[in-house]
Write a protein that binds this ligand. Structure first.
Ligand SMILES: Cc1ncc(COP(=O)(O)O)c(C=O)c1O
Length: 506
């Protein structure tokens, strides 16, 4: 076909289907392929380029989801838009080098999240965002706590607080984490605006522009956003069922000197994985051997409804190599924005300086109210009640997934946290395509791509089952399944039904 001379680099780490996506995108954006042009059938193009048909099928599927292509049952696949005169939509993997190192100076990529924002419109059964459900929030107890604080402290509760935090809350955090096995003094506790600010402060305190942090791949989107905003590179290490792959991490550490390793050992967002004890210890040993600090994010640690709790990394660490970050957000009240960092020595001093520069201090009123909720045992009651309900919702999700998701879909069985991490069959619609179709049926989930540092995960979706009551979970999953089947029927000609097992894209 004229104009279809896309070069595939078979030595590249970049999967072939992604190279094809980039090639076709570029040809459309530059005007080489104009709107209405019919693309070769996937089988023909695969043959012509000597690549597997599944690569072509996947590339076409993703480009359809992005609006570059459209498919018409029985007629084929067509270019759906005009050239953009070099004005590309945000692409997060333009070259093999940028596959892991995101050193673009852009602000956090918002394209897919803009789509997910649509999910917030009323009437949508929304599994997409990462919050606990509002019906869990202890509103009455918070109102009482705020009144008590204002009666007791008056205007003092409304002044600037010390940058390190309200002293009684720092002591309460010390006591709280000691029950998880973390020994520290109140002097090691810095109160922050949620875990998100805690992570941002750690990055600012320890990493300079252009330097690299290691994360798991997939990882928490908020950390990827921080890195982009601070112009820091991320290197994503693949995971297995026990978390970050240490063989690959070690290979990386042999040749590189990242400034931090960021992990979520318990109920990772988005995979829901828990790192077993032996891997926790191995990770700590490796980090110590290569002198790289570990930042541990524990926001989901206490959302356990099944199985035995494991010690946080900071509790296992004997080398002073772990900075522990967590918050009372997922556990209780996200909007109060109270989180904390536990760090030692110079790390702590630097963190305080950065905190002062960031916002002077976290709201003294909110700190006092959370402190009172801890003193009054509200957090402990919340955790018991919420985890009981999360278990019910998790069970409803497992049953509904079995009943409604297409054959070949796989998912985890989380023992805690909020997320079902789902892999759709790579022979059908991608998660982005399914998202658009599902939204028309008033149901939404998070598209898996956004959690990867190299734009993998086209068939992954993250479902926050915690957000919905069991009856909505059943109905929502039914709609997702129906949307998948409707799409698969429309595009039947384009999807590969053979070679299913060979389609190992990530
Ligand atoms: C793993 C992880 N860390 C941190 C955060 C940020 O939480 P916070 O509301 O405490 O800032 C989130 C929120 O989604 C998260 O999933």
């Amino acid at each position: 076909m004229p104009g279809f001379n896309i070069k595939i680099n078979r030595e590249s780490e970049e999967p072939i289907y992604r190279q094809l996506i980039q090639g076709i995108r570029m040809q459309i954006d530059s005007g080489t392929l104009s709107a209405g042009t019919r693309l070769p059938a996937s089988r023909d193009l695969a043959k012509q380029m000597d690549i597997s048909r599944i690569s072509v099928v996947n590339a076409y599927a993703e480009l359809r989801a992005e609006g570059y292509l459209s498919a018409h049952a029985g007629r084929g696949t067509f270019v759906a838009r005009e050239a953009r005169n070099g004005n590309h939509i945000p692409s997060r993997s333009l070259s093999p080098a940028s596959q892991h190192h995101q050193d673009d100076t852009a602000l956090p990529d918002s394209s897919l999240r803009d789509m997910m924002r649509l999910a917030r419109r009323p009437g949508v059964i929304n599994f997409s965002y990462g919050a606990p459900p509002t019906e869990f929030f202890p509103v009455t107890q918070l109102r009482d706590a705020l009144n008590t604080v204002l009666d007791r402290d008056g205007a003092n509760a409304l002044s600037y607080e010390a940058p390190e935090g309200y002293a009684p809350l720092r002591a309460a955090v010390r006591d709280y984490v000691s029950a998880l096995g973390i020994r520290c003094s109140a002097e090691n506790v810095l109160i922050t605006g949620g875990a998100q600010q805690a992570l941002d402060l750690v990055v600012q305190a320890l990493v300079s522009e252009g330097q690299t942090i290691v994360t798991s791949n997939p990882t928490f989107l908020g950390m990827v956003d921080i890195a982009r905003a601070r112009r820091i590179q991320t290197y994503g290490i693949p995971v297995d069922e026990d978390g970050i792959r240490l063989d690959i991490l070690e290979n990386y550490l042999l040749e590189n000197k990242p400034r931090l390793i960021y992990v979520q050992p318990t109920f990772q967002n988005p995979t829901g994985e828990v790192m077993p004890l032996h891997r926790r210890r191995q990770l700590l040993n490796m980090a110590c051997e290569y002198h790289v600090p570990v930042v541990e994010d524990g926001v989901y640690h206490e959302l356990r409804f099944e199985g035995d709790s494991l010690p946080p990394l900071r509790a296992l660490d004997t080398n002073n190599g772990v900075i522990h970050v967590s918050a009372f957000t997922k556990m209780m009240l996200p909007g109060m924005r109270i989180g904390y960092v536990i760090a030692n020595g110079t790390h702590f001093e630097r963190l305080v300086r950065v905190k002062l520069a960031a916002d002077i201090s976290t709201s003294g009123l909110n700190q006092r109210a959370i402190h009172l909720l801890l003193e009054r045992g509200v957090l402990a009651q919340q955790l018991v009640r919420n985890n009981r309900e999360l278990l019910r919702r998790r069970n409803a999700a497992l049953v509904a997934a079995e009943r409604h998701f297409p054959h070949g879909t796989v998912w985890n069985t989380p023992e805690g946290g909020l997320y079902l991490w789902v892999k759709l069959p790579s022979t059908g619609p991608s998660a982005a395509e399914l998202f658009v179709a599902a939204l028309q049926k008033d149901v939404a989930f998070a598209i898996g791509n956004v959690f990867f540092t190299n734009n993998c995960g086209s068939y992954r979706m993250r479902i926050n089952y915690g957000l919905q009551r069991p009856e909505n979970i059943e109905e929502g999953f039914r709609r997702i399944g129906a949307a998948w089947h409707a799409l698969a029927d429309t595009y039947r000609d384009e999807y590969e039904y053979e070679d299913v097992e060979k389609a190992a894209l990530f």
